[in-house]
Design a protein around this ligand. Structure first.
Ligand code: ADP
Length: 434
């Protein structure tokens, strides 16, 4: 009994979950639940610890804490196998070796350094220095400006002094914000800071304790459920909260059927929404049971379900969690081309994704809005950024060091090619000071 108590306190401190010990598990945010699950494995002090995407849903500061812990376990003799897409974070755990699987076959097994120089950086997200070492000096033209919807200033959603929470306990404190009809907005902040709660109040799943929420200028209380469902496609952080039908096809048609869409459009809607999330290559996908898909595929299916109702606004809670780099990046670009989709709002811990795909960033901390502005303006305040448990990625550092002529945040591919073309790749000294 004493030993249980000792281990519990030690693991809770190491995993940073002491404040959660008295909570019930169904009241935790996604990241909090993830930290708890990991602590549950650690408390057994196993000889071999297998962590399957432990970082999905963790903010960067919590991810770093976990990986430091993992590295110290490995140093003291525990074998650790870590399955991850977040390579730059995972390198924190100082892995001895990398096993890279694709299509069920081993593509690489060996030291990290060798892996980073061999892997295709368009498939696996490597640190920016690797891009630079391997960049060919070609002048890549950035893609065309997004065909934006002109009325981005008109708010689709507005929170006016919203205080909201659970069972009368506030989680959001007098939040006022607007997100526009033609905008792409990313919301970032520590685990448990209220990001999910913000959007759940925004679409009427949670009623504010005080303050009001406006949808297209009218109080949400005056909008019918049908109106709200037709406006917002909402994708939960955990896809299994959304998936319930026996087959993928039925899952996709549940919304359109209930909204009374004509049956002759069903085949087209199913095909189109699967294509939009890159799920068409999976054989017999329409007949599969949703919960037999991998986590990453379930996440994409959940997004397809939201898209099948052809919403004007898509709200995504952690779209890149559980996705490999190529899927996440191509999906976000794909979404920007969907006809009729006016706005995309997303919650993420992936700073590079936010910078590349958002027109504006909102930072939440302890249920309060601490920043609201253009991405490059928001990251200019480094202290505020790190106080929100976020880190500066190698791509962010590189964008600061070699700012693009038009002031846009550039992808690793474009930036590396531009820097190489200017012949500054390996010099370390010629480019503008970092
Ligand atoms: P984020 O999305 O920023 O990680 P959430 O909005 O999910 O955070 O949660 C904010 C806070 O509200 C957290 O402390 C979380 O534990 C708490 N919370 C979330 N859902 C519930 C619930 N159903 N009941 C009680 N508390 C909850």
């Amino acid at each position: 009994r004493d030993e249980i108590g000792r281990r519990l306190m030690r693991v809770a401190a190491a995993a940073g979950i002491e404040p959660l010990l008295a909570r019930t598990t169904d009241q935790l945010s996604g990241g909090e639940a993830q930290s708890l699950a990991i602590a549950g494995a650690l408390v057994l002090e196993p000889k071999l610890l297998v962590l399957d995407e432990p970082l999905a849903n963790l903010d960067p500061a919590n991810a770093h804490r976990l990986l430091t812990l993992v590295a110290s376990l490995a140093a003291s003799g525990t074998a650790v196998v870590l399955v991850e897409h977040r390579i730059e974070d995972a390198l924190d755990a100082k892995p001895d070796r990398v096993l890279y699987l694709d299509d069920g076959a081993t593509r690489f097994l060996g030291p990290v350094e060798e892996f980073l120089t061999q892997v295709d950086p368009r498939h696996v997200k490597v640190p920016f220095s690797i891009w630079l070492d391997r960049a060919r000096p070609v002048t890549t033209r950035p893609g065309p400006e997004r065909q934006g919807i002109s009325d981005w200033r008109t708010p689709r959603l507005e929170w006016r002094g919203v205080t909201a929470g659970y069972e009368g306990v506030p989680v959001l404190h007098e939040v006022s914000a607007r997100v526009g009809r033609g905008e792409r907005v990313a919301v970032l902040g520590p685990n448990g800071s209220g990001k999910t709660t913000l959007f759940k109040t925004g679409i009427g799943l949670i009623r504010p304790i005080s303050g009001s929420v406006l949808v297209d200028g009218a109080d949400i209380a005056e909008r019918s459920v049908a109106e709200l469902i037709g406006t917002f496609g909402y994708v939960f952080q955990n896809p299994s909260q959304m998936l319930f039908a026996p087959t993928v096809r039925e899952e996709l048609l549940f919304g359109p059927r209930n909204l009374g869409r004509p049956a002759d459009r069903f085949d087209g809607l199913v095909r189109q929404s699967l294509a939009e999330v890159g799920l068409t290559s999976e054989p017999e996908i329409e007949a599969r049971a949703p919960l037999t898909l991998s986590f990453g595929q379930q996440k994409r299916l959940a997004i397809a379900v939201a898209l099948a109702i052809e919403p004007r606004t898509l709200i995504l809670d952690e779209p890149s969690a559980g996705q490999d780099y190529r899927s996440a990046a191509s999906f976000m670009s794909e979404v920007e081309r969907i006809a009729g989709l006016e706005s995309v709002y997303f919650v993420t811990h992936d700073a590079d994704l936010a910078l590349a795909h958002a027109d504006r960033i909102l930072l939440l901390r302890d249920g309060r809005l601490v920043a609201d502005g253009a991405p490059l303006a928001v990251i200019a305040d480094r202290d505020r950024w790190t106080a929100c448990n976020l880190r500066f990625t190698s791509l962010m550092e590189a964008n600061r060091r070699w700012p693009s002529p038009d002031g846009r945040f550039e992808s690793a591919e474009i930036l590396a090619a531009r820097v190489a073309a200017a012949g500054r790749g390996n010099s370390g000294g010629i480019g503008p000071a970092g």
